[in-house]
Design a protein around this ligand. Structure first.
Ligand SMILES: [Ca+2]
Length: 194
């Protein structure tokens, strides 16, 4: 005879697992978009004088940590847009910084918000320069737990090239580090719109 108690117990367990998945996994994704994987998506374009901008390379990066990167073998005169989401593991104060050689702009929207915070503006970071950190001191900013949209613009003119996205948070237990792939996400939308 079929053990009805066992069937009911299994059914209940499956329903409970589905409920937990829906509430804690699905609802932790950014609203209205579907996460496709870890990392951020990058679109490199030429920056040659006389050229119209055209894409020379598209790829996913696990982290933002470029050193003398050469899209399509080009060491000079290119720019890149890198976008996706950054996941803040808890409500806390975070110091986020970006290093760049040459220019960079960094925008991050708070989880659930559309208007991004500007970490590096066009007037400050968008210029030919040796590797420079923005902001140049720890500048703690409160973020709620969740996914914030992130957008990085960066260009390389000539000489050395560098782009690095870092964070730390003593209250969240995060040491000073390159923001790891486990906290960066891209979506299908990210890939199709950059
Ligand atoms: Ca340079």
């Amino acid at each position: 005879m079929i053990n009805m108690k066992k069937i009911i117990l299994i059914s209940f367990t499956v329903l409970l697992a589905l409920f937990i998945f829906k509430v804690f996994i699905v609802s932790s994704q950014p609203q209205g978009v579907k996460i496709a994987g870890n990392g951020l998506f990058a679109n490199f374009v030429s920056k040659d004088f006389g050229d119209s901008f055209y894409t020379i390379e598209k790829r996913k990066f696990d982290t933002v940590d470029l050193n003398n990167y050469k899209p399509l073998g080009r060491s000079d005169n290119w720019r890149v847009t890198i976008s996706g989401y950054i996941y803040f593991p808890q409500d806390s104060l975070y110091n986020i910084s970006i290093w760049c050689d040459d220019g960079c702009i960094l925008l991050i929207a708070r989880p659930g918000e559309v208007t991004p915070l500007t970490f590096v503006g066009a007037s400050t970071g968008w210029k030919d320069q040796p590797a420079t950190r923005y902001p140049n001191v720890n500048f703690p900013i409160p973020f709620d737990k969740g996914y914030g949209k992130i957008l990085i613009q960066h260009y390389q003119a000539g000489g050395l090239e560098k782009l690095q996205l870092r964070w730390n948070s003593s209250s969240a237990g995060i040491p000073d580090q390159v923001i790891p792939a486990s906290n960066l996400f891209y979506t299908d939308e990210t890939q199709s719109t950059i």
